[in-house]
Design a protein. Structure first.
Length: 204
């Protein structure tokens, strides 16, 4: 494979770091690195500082596991949100996608992954017990399972259903406007919004 020759070791290292990001190839990485070189020094320092501050300062909500600047995120601390509904999602990106639909006003529970034996991820690796505690201790009346429709997502939904079915809570899932195997983050906002609005009872 052709290896790019760089005139600077510093440039090469910068390209390698950009190329380590998901979805960024070496050509795009080089373009980004060269773009930064054209910027005023203070702009580049501000750019770099924003990521350092993010990594060092960001917290995970003690209630739902969403990223937050505080111990409890803005959703969980809001007095305007419906605390009787919890929407269970795989990732933070899914929360952002659902929020962009402006069709949902309840709480969230971010699993941070899904059950996947092939990847060595089991139920004990996810904050599922924490979800059960929230349902047992709070005013929760409905749990929406909004996981991907892949085999792993369906397995996780089934497991959650089994864990929650003994509790006095309605368990629903998003409507199939989201195609089988689709990730929520890649679903358009209108389809995702309608899928949540037209949710139905979870069935085995």
């Amino acid at each position: 494979m052709f290896k790019q020759n760089y005139s600077s070791v510093l440039l090469e290292k910068a390209v390698e770091e950009f190329a380590s990001l998901p979805g960024v190839g070496r050509k795009s990485a080089l373009r980004l690195a060269l773009h930064l070189l054209k910027q005023p020094k203070e702009n580049v320092e501000r750019f770099a500082h924003s990521f350092t501050a993010l990594r060092n300062g960001v917290k995970y909500c003690s209630v739902c596991n969403m990223i937050s600047d505080n111990e409890v995120c803005s959703v969980c601390s809001s007095l305007q949100r419906d605390k009787s509904i919890i929407c269970v999602v795989e990732s933070i990106r899914d929360v952002l996608s659902i929020e962009n639909t402006q069709q949902y006003n309840g709480m969230y529970h971010v699993l941070g992954g899904i059950i996947s034996p092939i990847d060595g991820i089991g139920p004990s690796d996810l904050p599922i017990s924490k979800l059960v505690e929230r349902v047992q201790n709070g005013e929760v009346k409905e749990v929406i399972l909004a996981l991907s429709t892949s085999m792993e997502g369906e397995t996780t939904s089934f497991y959650l259903y089994k864990r929650l079915s003994g509790l006095s809570v309605k368990i629903s899932t998003i409507a199939r406007g989201v195609g089988f195997g689709d990730d929520l983050e890649y679903t358009d906002e209108l389809t995702l919004g309608k899928s949540i609005e037209n949710r139905h009872l979870f069935k085995i």
